[in-house]
Design a protein around this ligand. Structure first.
Ligand SMILES: Nc1nc2[nH]c(O)nc2c(=O)[nH]1
Length: 263
């Protein structure tokens, strides 16, 4: 247990910069987050590609959740990992156990090479939960409140509800649900930002407060849920030329997004 539950910690914060951050995010809004998710984020394209090739929405959505659960300590950029995942399972759709399929995939992966045994154990733990779900149950998680999926994943894996892989699995489930069910459902305000390396380093430009609580407050101030703030920031913070080109081509507010990234 940490002391900050009992003691109010005074964090360093650059209030002028935070004011500018809130102003730009307010200007961008949820519409811009959605545009970036669907037209700029290379991860969304990787999922669309896999869904087309599999032709099986239940398997597609389950694979996406499983992949997010092992998306940590990557050996390459996240975008490369999601494309490797998409290509591999397009060519090798699992006939049975997802954990067994990963025990073939991960040892030969170029972009996710660390802690392979631990990641497969996590998938073995996840498998009974995924097996218990059909498309109707997945649809209910999508339209009926993605917090329930967050809670059930955290319970299954004995993780904190705010753990990076748990909230990230909900983000990617939201992408997969949107692709499969053909409707946009905004992420709930109560699901935290995934605290990965990019978001962690960027947060330090504003404060030494932990990213999860900092971005929860910025979300309340701007009315943009934390997972959608993640969608605005994460692709552009990766700095790939392809992302910057897509941003200019598809987002009318690309200059504001770039200003945000350079704060
Ligand atoms: N915060 C985020 N972390 C990520 N890791 C990964 O592979 N993708 C993401 C992402 O979209 N956001």
């Amino acid at each position: 247990m940490t002391l900050d539950r009992f003691v109010r910690i005074k964090y360093r914060s650059d209030d002028e910069k935070i004011g500018e951050l809130v102003r730009i995010l307010g200007e961008l809004g949820l519409d811009c987050a959605r545009t970036i998710e669907e037209k700029v984020d290379l991860q969304f394209d990787a999922l669309r590609n896999l869904r087309e090739n599999l032709g099986n929405d239940e398997l597609f959505i389950k694979l996406v959740v499983a992949n997010a659960i092992v998306s940590y300590q990557l050996s390459a950029k996240g975008e490369q990992w999601w494309w490797e995942f998409s290509r591999y399972f397009s060519a090798n759709p699992p006939g049975g156990s997802i954990a067994e399929a990963y025990s073939e995939f991960l040892p030969n992966s170029r972009t996710n090479r660390r802690i392979v045994a631990g990641k497969i154990r996590r998938l073995e733990r996840l498998e009974p939960f995924l097996e218990s779900l059909d498309v109707a149950a997945l649809r209910e998680y999508y339209f009926g409140g993605m917090e329930r999926l967050r809670d059930d994943l955290a319970g299954t894996l004995n993780s904190k509800k705010s753990a990076k892989t748990i909230v990230f699995a909900v983000k990617m489930f939201g992408y997969a649900g949107r692709i499969s069910f053909g409707e946009f459902v905004p992420y709930p305000m109560t699901i935290e930002i995934p605290d990965d390396v990019r978001i962690n380093a960027y947060t330090k430009h504003f404060t030494n407060e932990p990213p999860v609580s900092f971005w929860a407050r910025i979300a309340e101030e701007t009315g943009i849920p934390p997972l959608h703030i993640d969608s605005i920031l994460w692709p552009v913070l990766g700095g790939s030329d392809e992302v910057l080109r897509r941003l200019k081509d598809h987002c009318g507010k690309s200059n504001a997004v770039l200003r945000l990234a350079s704060l």
